[in-house]
Design a protein around this ligand. Structure first.
Ligand code: NAD
Length: 304
């Protein structure tokens, strides 16, 4: 195709995509049917992972839960069954250990079948200033929050590729879009999670595997306990999010093949501003919004 034709095509398609998204402001997108799909959620023993399991439960998929917290998973399985799940399987799996991820993934494939919706949700936070953070916690943060994503993709993507069907869900964070004072290793792991999911998503599209969808979730603080003690400076603009609200938004994004989920909505604007404003203005605005001031939550952060 020559330059002129390709430019016209891009121009017209861009207009169409914008019209399409404008229409969807008023007409909700059709939701896909996930009955019979195999949904695997890592870090399903509490928080958002548990709530996503409960939300998925009513939609008829087979649920596979992974966590290091056996009791937490048992409780999630019970709640998911109460919410309508017919089949729930749970496995102890330390996602920070590559060999364990591969071993448990093989067990899931043998005992349950191929995973078609993979939700990488397990996450931890060190919550110390960078120079105060022990090497072991920094390494663990990277292993759980990003390296585990590599290994779960390696384990479950081949079957999705073979069927050109599947969905990869990455529970990242707004800290994967904007650096936060006092969360250096966490931000590094979440920036990596966003970049990884985005890149593999593009790789899939470029290789014609358009039946495998990607959803990247970037929420601000959620009231799950992970960031207990953190406060928001402007609760109206940047509210601490309710966990069930976030879980519902994620499930809706999966059902409608939404690629990016930034929560609250103001985050779309803030993330865009970061890339267009000059550094001094951006950091001034960050302080004003409470984003670049040290978040006061290090004493209550959960650690491994
Ligand atoms: N809570 C927030 O403010 C917030 C904001 C943005 C993004 N997130 C992200 O959302 C995800 C869920 O967080 P949450 O708030 O529900 O926290 P949570 O602590 O309630 O849940 C995390 C789960 O991951 C599990 N886990 C930890 N290490 C693991 C490992 N090595 N292997 C397997 N499982 C492991 C934990 O046992 C726990 O059940 C995380 O990735 C987190 O980074 C949270």
């Amino acid at each position: 195709m020559n330059f002129f034709l390709e430019t016209i095509q891009v121009f017209l398609l861009s207009i169409w995509y914008n019209v399409e998204s404008f229409i969807h402001l008023f007409v909700p997108k059709k939701k896909k049917n996930i009955a019979g799909e195999v949904v695997l959620i890592t870090g399903a023993g509490s928080g958002i992972g548990r709530l996503m399991a409960q939300e998925f439960a009513a939609l008829g998929p087979v649920l596979v839960l992974w966590d290091i917290n056996q009791e937490g998973m048992k409780e999630t399985a019970r709640l998911a069954k109460n919410s309508g799940a017919s089949r729930v399987h749970y496995y102890l799996c330390d996602c920070s250990d590559k060999n364990e991820v591969y071993r448990v993934a093989d067990q899931v494939k043998r005992e349950v079948g191929d995973v078609s919706i993979l939700v990488n949700n397990a996450g931890i936070v060190t919550g110390k200033k960078f120079m105060d953070a022990p090497d072991s916690l920094i390494e663990k943060t990277m292993e759980v929050n990003i390296m585990a994503h590599f290994w779960t993709y390696k384990a479950f993507l081949p079957a999705m590729l073979a069927n050109n069907h599947g969905h990869l869900v990455s529970i990242a964070s707004s800290a994967g879009l904007i650096g936060v004072n006092g969360l250096a290793d966490y931000c590094a792991s979440k920036f990596a999670a966003v970049g990884f999911a985005e890149s593999v998503g593009l790789e899939l599209l470029a290789s014609g595997k358009d039946g495998i969808k990607t959803t990247i979730v970037c929420p601000y603080f959620i009231n799950t306990g992970m960031f207990d003690g953190c406060q928001t400076k402007w609760p109206r603009l940047m509210p601490i999010l309710k966990p069930d609200f976030v879980a519902k938004k994620i499930i809706n994004a999966v059902l409608t093949d939404q690629v990016y989920v930034l929560l609250p909505k103001s985050m779309y604007f803030i993330a865009a501003l970061k890339n267009v404003l000059q550094w001094k203005v951006a950091s001034l605005l960050g302080s004003y919004l409470g984003l670049s001031v040290k978040v006061d939550c290090s004493t209550n952060l959960r650690q491994q």
